[in-house]
Each structure stands twice: as structure tokens, then as C-alpha cells.
Ligand binder design. Structure first.
Ligand code: PMV
Length: 327
């Protein structure tokens, strides 16, 4: 029987991320292997702090933002299932305490699965004494939530789709490109639960949308062009590509049968206000994920314009401070 003392307490942090070039569609659902590569920007100190250690009570305990979760809670179940990857076959011998706290304001309405599974991966590796590098941890985090593969680093990260059936070449990689003036604003519109999880929405779109088949090739092309625009710090190229890529992803969902639309009337109101402001010279662009909230990208000198347009927005400077690789 395994000894519980094999597990030590370990704290970890991972930032959340927003995809500039989206992941939407899997070539292998069990391994979370994507149909195309994607690129994200990490959200600095908006993320998840997770501690994994032995459970003194002798039973698994999962707590989230200070509350102990019921054993049938979906987050608790997903976290423990993920932990089972580390304690394969030994779960009853190695009861775990998993404590996680999000620094993402609840009002921001951002999903926390990316930072949650990346922080959980780091914490489990530390707790089980596994000396893995970020690439290996990204491969593991991917199994919890695809976008978690991009949350092991700060800054811009590309998740390589890979071609191998076993997924060993599908992991995140930090782009060695800092852009201190780059800004993100979160325009929070709805704090309610998602109508459909991104996992279910992605499967439904892949299986039923006649607009899905051309998407992976377009998304791969967008990903390359977005990386080139970031490398050149060419914001006037980057912004339109990011917005078109997001709207293309939402178009695949809207064409699904029955249709899937995460965007609400409020989302469209924000978009129309943004497009009017752009016609008047404000250089900000939008991206949306599996929910109604709008994320804007812009450069530092447009901050006042963006906050005048959307006073409720929260502005994040992703390169605003020095971050260590694991901080
Ligand atoms: O990681 P998941 O399974 O929650 O999927 C994320 C999907 C999007 O957020 C819509 C796009 C992306 O690339 O993050």
C-alpha cells in the first residue's frame, strides 16, 4: 500500500489566458487534441492559486474560494478525476486536499478552467515530487482543459496542435516576444452560468455545423498571421485578425443545428459601440469566448479612449511587471 507521506503540500500559481487565435474543435476528444494551433495572452496576476497536499481527514477534500465543495460538485469531481492521473490506482491510499483560490474578480465573468487546471498540474507535480518541465506540464494540463495547455507561462503562448496520435507534440510554448504597451480590457456583461460548457459547445459545433469543416484550415492560417503580427508588433495588422478570428469561431457555432450563440444582445451593443468608435479613430479590437463578455485588445496610449467608451472595463497590463517562469 502506498504511504500517504509520499505526498507533500505544494502551492502553485497559474495565470488565466485569453486566446487571440482560437482553439475550437478537437481531433481527439479523449486526449484534448485540437484541430488547429492557437495563441493566447496570459492575464498576469489574474489566475488561480492552488495548494495540493495530504488530506488530514483521510478523505479527499476540494475547496474553492474558501468553500469546501460537496463530493458531487462538478468542479470537485473534475479536479479529483484529474488528480487520479497522478495517483493512478492508488486514490484510496492517497487522500488529497486540493485548495484553490481564483484572483480573477467574479464580476469579470471569465472561465477559470485554463488557470485552474494549469495551477492544479503544477501543484500536483510539486506534491508528488515530480520534476517535470513546463512542456511536460502543459501536455498534462491539456488533459484537464485544452486552454490550460497555454496557462503555464506569462506573456504570449502558442499551443502547437501537433500531428501525433498520442498527443506528445501537442503542448504550449511561450513566444519569446514581450510587448510592454499591449493591453487587454475585460468588458464584463454577464455573471451567470454559461448556457453550455465550451466542451459541449465544441462537440456540438464539430458534429453539426456546416461551417465547421473549413474552420481548422482558416484558424491555422490566422494563427500564423497573428504570430507574425505579434512578432512585428504590428498592432494595425493584429487587431483585425484577432477580431475576425473570434467572429469566425462564433459563426461556426451559430451555424450549428440547433444553433449555439454565446453572444447576447449586450455583446452586440458593445461590438457596435466599438465599431463606431473605431470608425472615429479608436484602435481597439474585440474577442469573445464561450460566453457573452467582450475582451478588448489595444495599446497603452488608447487606454483613456477605451475607458471612456466602456467605463466598467478592467484593464490588464500583461507585461506590466517582471514574472518568473513559475510565478
Ligand atoms: O479549454 P476549453 O475546453 O474551455 O476551451 C476553450 C475554448 C475557447 O475559450 C472558446 C477558445 C480558446 O482558445 O480559449
Amino acid at each position: 500500500m502506498a504511504d500517504v507521506s509520499e505526498v507533500r503540500s505544494f502551492d502553485a500559481y497559474a495565470p488565466s489566458n485569453i486566446a487571440l487565435s482560437k482553439y475550437w474543435g478537437k481531433r481527439d476528444a479523449r486526449r484534448n487534441l485540437p484541430t488547429n494551433s492557437s495563441i493566447s495572452i496570459s492575464l498576469a496576476d489574474w489566475g488561480s492559486h492552488t495548494t495540493v497536499g495530504p488530506a488530514p481527514s483521510g478523505r479527499d477534500v476540494v475547496s474553492h474560494n474558501g468553500d469546501i465543495l460537496a463530493s458531487d460538485d462538478s468542479f470537485a469531481r473534475r479536479a479529483l478525476q484529474f488528480a487520479d492521473l497522478f495517483r493512478a490506482g492508488r486514490s484510496s491510499d492517497l487522500p488529497l486536499s486540493i485548495t484553490t483560490r481564483n484572483t480573477i474578480p467574479t464580476a469579470a465573468g471569465l472561465a477559470s478552467s485554463a488557470s485552474g487546471f494549469a495551477a492544479l498540474t503544477r501543484a500536483l507535480c510539486g506534491a508528488f515530487g515530480l520534476d517535470l518541465d513546463e512542456t511536460d506540464m502543459s501536455r498534462i494540463a491539456r488533459l484537464g482543459s485544452g486552454s490550460a495547455a497555454r496557462s503555464l507561462w506569462h506573456g504570449f503562448v502558442r499551443w502547437n496542435k501537433g500531428d501525433r496520435a498520442d498527443g506528445l507534440d501537442s503542448y504550449g510554448e511561450r513566444l519569446d516576444l514581450d510587448w510592454p504597451a499591449f493591453r487587454i480590457a475585460i468588458v464584463a456583461l454577464d455573471k451567470g452560468p454559461k448556457p453550455q460548457s465550451s466542451r459541449d459547445g465544441m462537440n456540438h459545433t464539430t458534429q453539426t455545423s456546416p461551417l465547421f469543416p473549413p474552420w481548422p484550415a482558416q484558424a491555422e492560417q490566422d494563427c500564423k498571421a497573428i504570430e507574425a503580427a505579434i512578432a512585428a508588433q504590428a498592432f494595425d495588422d493584429l487587431g483585425p485578425l484577432v477580431e475576425a478570428n473570434a467572429l469566425g469561431m462564433h459563426a461556426t457555432m451559430m451555424a450549428a443545428r440547433p444553433p449555439l450563440c454565446y453572444l447576447t444582445g449586450e455583446t452586440w451593443t458593445v461590438l457596435h459601440r466599438l465599431w463606431q468608435a473605431r470608425a472615429d479613430g479608436v484602435a481597439a479590437y474585440a474577442t469573445m469566448d464561450a460566453g457573452p463578455n467582450v475582451k478588448l485588445i489595444f495599446l497603452e496610449d488608447s487606454t483613456d479612449d477605451v475607458l471612456t467608451l466602456f467605463p466598467q472595463a478592467s484593464v490588464i497590463a500583461p507585461f506590466g511587471q517582471e514574472f518568473g517562469p513559475g510565478s
